[in-house]
Design a protein around this ligand. Structure first.
Ligand SMILES: C[S@@+](CC[C@H](N)C(=O)[O-])C[C@H]1O[C@@H](n2cnc3c(N)ncnc32)[C@H](O)[C@@H]1O
Ligand SMILES: [Zn+2]
Length: 355
């Protein structure tokens, strides 16, 4: 065993753990745990559940650093629970520890804040979490099965999240939207809905934070934020809405219906930015700042992707932005890729500016 210090806590972890196998402690997730601590501090839940705890680090930090009054830590693996208990004791905190299947625990108890942080897909936990989460609560969901929702395995995405993913030049953002859509649909079955507040992709994982609201009317209203993204794999054309034919080359498109509204809300992000500043989480703060300024368009234009599809040379991102600006379009570098641009300009106009 070795000791690890993260945030204000110190825990024991198994020696020689590396991040690509199933581990109890993954140092690469510190960034995410820092942000989660900031989110829990801002949201101030009464009762939080770290449903897949592993070493317990996340839940322990919720208790110690976010000062959540009641925290539950759970893991299905008895070995992990042993470790959690040791780490809880070491940090001198008072929390509930359970050794159950997360879905079972969530069926039995309800919470104001639920963190689902699995290896792979969160899909199998969404239904139980949807039942468990209280009105006005908050959900934090991670997913590492990027090859499914980023478009390498569209059918796996369909099975897990009820829609096929698409390997487009904006597949990361689309992947986040696929996850958000599945969460909203799951909550809808319990007359609850979900508003994403902070969503991002980093290294090998996606992370979604959002608020849960109750009521059939709210559920119905939120479904109005869903729309199709139609994409032509022949020429790269894309547009919001249901279009069977490509607007540029006339070939058949592929379509997927997703939550197409904002993934990050400015007022919430502002609070998180302040919280990160106070806690000296500088890298996290920069990321949230960047996300909060994202444009309200559900996809971006990746220069490499479009150049390839249109047999054009790759120009500098700044050059495309300048040319679009000259035509009166607002532009912004995408938060998902340094070689991609967000703009309300239609595809045809972007292609024209790349020529
Ligand atoms: C990625 S780790 C959690 C990491 C932890 N949240 C952190 O921040 O360090 C996933 C954990 O989920 C546990 N697990 C897998 N399936 C589970 C289930 N059905 N119910 C509860 N725990 C489960 C595994 O034993 C593993 O410890
Ligand atoms: Zn086309």
């Amino acid at each position: 065993m070795k000791t690890v210090k993260e945030g204000e806590v110190e825990i024991e972890v198994h020696e020689g753990e590396s991040y690509d196998k199933e581990v109890f402690y993954n140092p690469k997730m510190e960034f995410d745990r820092n942000l989660s601590v900031a989110v829990a501090s801002v949201v101030e839940p009464q009762r939080a559940c770290d449903a897949l705890s592993a070493s317990g680090i996340r839940g322990i930090r919720y208790k110690k650093e976010s000062e959540v009054p009641e925290v539950w830590l759970n893991d299905a693996n008895p070995e992990s629970v042993e470790l959690i208990k040791k780490n809880v004791q070491r940090n001198g905190i008072d929390v509930e520890v359970r050794n159950k299947d997360a879905a079972v625990l969530l069926r039995e108890e309800d919470f104001n804040f639920i963190d689902i942080d699995p290896f792979g897909s969160p899909a199998e936990f969404l239904d139980a979490a949807s039942g468990s989460i209280r009105r006005g609560g908050f959900l934090a969901v991670s997913a590492t099965d990027t090859s499914s929702f980023f478009g390498t395995y569209p059918r796996v995405s369909k099975r897990r999240y009820a829609r096929k993913s698409m390997k487009t030049g904006y597949n990361k953002e689309l992947g986040l939207r696929i996850l958000v859509s599945a969460i909203i649909e799951s909550l809808g079955r319990y007359k609850k809905t979900f508003y994403p507040r902070l969503c991002y992709f980093k290294e090998h994982y996606a992370r979604i934070f959002g608020e849960v609201v109750e009521g059939a009317k709210e559920v119905k209203e939120n479904f109005k934020n869903f729309d199709y993204i139609s994409h032509c794999f022949s020429c790269g054309w894309r547009e919001k809405g249901y279009h069977e034919e490509c607007g540029l080359c006339g070939n058949e498109t592929r379509r997927t219906k997703v939550y197409a509204s904002k993934l990050n809300t400015q007022s919430f992000c502002k609070k998180i930015i302040e919280e990160c500043k106070e806690r000296k989480f500088y890298e996290e703060r920069r990321k949230v700042q960047d996300l909060s300024e994202d444009m309200d368009v559900p996809y971006h234009y990746d220069l490499h992707y479009i150049a390839k599809k249109q047999s054009l040379p790759v120009i500098k991102t700044e050059k495309l932005m300048r040319r679009l600006g000259e035509r009166g379009y607002k532009t912004r570098k995408s938060v998902y890729s340094p070689t991609a641009v967000k703009t309300k300009a239609p595809f045809e106009e972007v292609v024209d500016c790349m020529d």
